[in-house]
Each structure stands twice: as structure tokens, then as C-alpha cells.
Design a protein around this ligand. Structure first.
Ligand SMILES: [Zn+2]
Length: 267
């Protein structure tokens, strides 16, 4: 049995439906086309459910304050319907990041499907390529165009692997999650707790209102001893639940060369 990546399956569907712009990514219309009726209800204890009967399914989605969140849930349930036919689902996770780090393979597959359905590579890539060293504010505008959350867009950006970025989320207890473009050397290890010199620290501790972006010493972000040899671009923004979302843009090519030579010596 051949296995098609869930993201690839989602992008195939976008192609089949001849969707070529973010504005045409109508997730309810896609659901309808695939035999899924979408209902919105005030669900308790779960984000969405999927119940299938023969060739039809009903996806029940919890009303959310964010439209991006609702759209992601609909896309996630379409993913279950197309990838995991014959089962019913009760998706209890309340944000994509919990799914993202969870052990539940089917939930991860549905999330990957949703991420690619709402942000297909062929539509997103040229938009990202047109941006020069984007900040989170720039990325927020792209997220708005795609009607997805900034968090979902930032994770998708790292997965696209066309910009030298690491995105991460910190709370008062430290690092919640991070996602790194795969060409960024993994030798650069994020600090578990925010450094007092980071803009993110100022935002989390209410020393700065709103967003802050600019040049930053890599030493403020990485545990590595040689981090103070480098500068990067930090863009930080307040996020949900008193957390802060961070995008680090590694614009110093030396950080890549140093990383790879380090590997070579080890290997
Ligand atoms: Zn699910």
C-alpha cells in the first residue's frame, strides 16, 4: 500500500478543485464538495467531532472567537474524513500546537492535512518569496489574507523551509514549542527560559507594549557558547494566553557555515 503524505493529499485536493488564490480557499465549500456537512455548535470538552455515514459525514465545530481557528478545525475534520474513512473522531485538543507535539499520529496527520489545505505550497510560496526578511507583523498580514491564525501561519512558514527561520512560543514557564526550517542547523539550541536581553522578555513582562522587531545578539537566544559571535533578527509579538510568539531570522550566513562544519567534525 502506498502512503501519500497528508499534506500532499490536501494539496492534490486544492489542485483538483482548481483553487489558485488564498481568497478561493473556502473551507466550507471544500467540505461540502467532499460530502461533509459542517455545523457549528457550542461544544463542551472538545474542539470538533466527525461522524461519517457511508459517503456523507457531519463535522461539528465548536464556535471560536477566531475564524482562523474554526477554519482550521473544519480543515482538520476534512482531513480525518479523507485520510481515516470509517472512523468517528472527537478532537479534544484545543489548539494545533498541542496536536503538533502530541503522540497521536492520526491527529498529527489531520493537522498536517489542514495546514496544507489552508496554506497550499503553490499559493503560499510566491507570497513568502516576495517578502524581504519579514517580521511577524508582515506574517500577520499574510495570515489575514489566508484567514488563518498567526500561529498556524508561522508553523507553516518554518515547514516551507524557504526562509532561515525558527519560530517559537514562550510563556512565563519558558519554551512552549518551537519549529525550525529544516535547513537551519539544529546545532543552534534555543534557551528554555527567555533571556532578559530579548525583546520577547520585555513583551512577556509588560515592559514593552505590542510588538518589537529588530537586530539582536544571537546570544540572547541560543545556549551555544559561540552565539555571541552572531547577530540575528528577532521579531516578537504578544500571543494568546499571556504568551509571546517569536520569529528568529538567521540572516548571518556564518551561522550556517559554522553549523555545518561543526557537524562535519563530529561526523
Ligand atoms: Zn482530530
Amino acid at each position: 500500500m502506498s502512503f501519500i503524505r497528508p499534506g500532499h493529499r490536501a494539496e492534490q485536493l486544492v489542485d483538483e478543485l482548481c483553487i489558485t488564490s488564498a481568497a478561493d480557499l473556502d473551507v466550507e465549500a471544500i467540505a461540502f464538495d467532499q460530502g461533509v456537512e459542517v455545523r457549528y455548535e457550542a461544544l463542551n470538552g472538545c474542539e470538533a467531532t466527525l461522524v461519517g455515514y457511508d459517503t456523507k459525514a457531519i463535522a461539528t465545530i465548536r464556535r471560536a472567537t477566531s475564524r482562523g481557528r474554526e477554519r482550521f478545525s473544519v480543515a482538520h475534520e476534512i482531513g480525518h474524513w479523507l485520510l481515516h474513512r470509517g472512523r468517528s473522531f472527537r478532537c479534544r485538543v484545543d489548539d494545533i500546537v498541542q496536536n503538533y507535539s502530541s503522540e497521536v499520529a492520526l491527529e498529527k496527520e489531520a493537522d498536517e492535512f489542514a495546514s496544507h489545505l489552508l496554506m497550499p505550497t503553490n499559493i503560499l510560496r510566491p507570497i513568502i518569496k516576495s517578502l524581504s526578511k519579514p517580521t511577524l507583523q508582515d506574517l500577520q498580514r499574510v495570515a489575514n489574507d489566508f484567514d488563518v491564525s498567526l500561529q498556524a501561519m508561522s508553523i507553516r512558514l518554518a515547514a516551507l523551509d524557504i526562509l532561515p527561520v525558527i519560530v517559537a512560543c514562550y510563556g512565563h514557564n519558558g519554551l512552549k514549542w518551537f519549529s525550525r526550517a529544516s535547513h537551519v542547523p539544529s546545532k543552534w539550541r534555543l534557551k528554555r527560559l527567555l533571556d532578559e536581553d530579548s525583546f520577547a522578555y520585555d513583551i512577556l513582562n509588560d515592559r514593552v507594549e505590542g510588538n518589537k522587531s529588530g537586530k539582536q545578539s544571537a546570544d540572547a537566544w541560543f545556549e551555544n557558547d559561540d552565539a555571541d559571535d552572531f547577530e540575528l533578527l528577532e521579531s516578537s509579538m504578544p500571543s494568546v494566553s499571556g504568551q509571546v510568539l517569536v520569529m528568529l531570522y538567521l540572516n548571518d550566513i556564518e551561522m550556517f557555515e559554522r553549523g555545518y562544519s561543526h557537524y562535519a567534525k563530529k561526523g
